[in-house]
Ligand binder design. Sequence first.
Ligand SMILES: [Fe+2]
Ligand SMILES: [Fe+2]
Length: 325
Amino acid sequence: MSRLPEKDTAESDNLIKTYLTCNSPTVDKLAEQYGYADRRNFTDAMRRRYGARRERNPIRQEAPELKNSFIKGTGKALALDVGKECKEILIINDLHIPYHDPITVSLVIKVIKDLQPDYICLNGDIIDFYNISRFSTDPSRRLSLQDDLDLTRCILREIKEASNAKIFMCAGNHEDRLRAYLWNKAPELSELRALDIRRQLGLDIFGIDYAPYDSIVKVNDIFKIEHGDSVSKHSGWTAKAMYEKRGGCGIVGHSHRFGSHLKTIDDDTQGWYENACLCDLNPEYVKNPNWQQGFAVVTFINKRFFVQQVPIIKHKFVFRGKLYE
Ligand SMILES: [Fe+2]
Ligand SMILES: [Fe+2]
């Protein structure tokens, strides 16, 4: 008799979602939780009972050249022109795969399916790259780098297939770990296109445009998007720091907190927003972090924009009148 929950129940749905998008140690934990002797027995049972298969190495086709298609410019100042009509950009960041929260991520993918945004911005720290961090010291956290890349590609593919949105990634300090590692440890290999982050994450295959770490994407010449590199202690303080640093309007990730800092000057309201995270809020390596989960949707109508921040509390949120849980 199966130890797994009945098919087509809320418990089995959540289990399948977690199973398909979690990292290998989590699969081991699930196997133990459901009373299986090892990972293989558990994965066999998941396949037999639900037809659920964890996909690895999903991309095998030849990659095209590493070129952006709709983000324009080079260097640090990049531009995105979304036109004069009403357009929506859904912004998510700080998944830190494989330390993401699989349930939260699957709920956000549901929103993408429902909303069908015009653009999706992956605003950095999508992958954690723990193995190649200069700070990594805990041997128990040394997972497989290839596993992490494969899992990230699987999640990127889910995001890609959820809508027809144009997608771009603004790299964070964690994506930049690959460049930093190569420059420090193997500078001779650092020019290899095969080792470029865009190719490693399959961005070129998925048609995801890319803004390097430290660059800023300016939308319709009025709203800046960047991952950011500063964190202040309290919600809203990072947004205020960004307003003081850059002026004008924009949004950052990196702080793992929600917040905003707005100012009305001469009949014009300007300000910056910080955009929470989609990672595990109770990771083993930080005790009780003051973080929040959530995402933002920014609607542009020509030179005006409207930011909607959506906090996700304990895997629940309401967005445009619908409860997601
Ligand atoms: Fe982060
Ligand atoms: Fe970051």
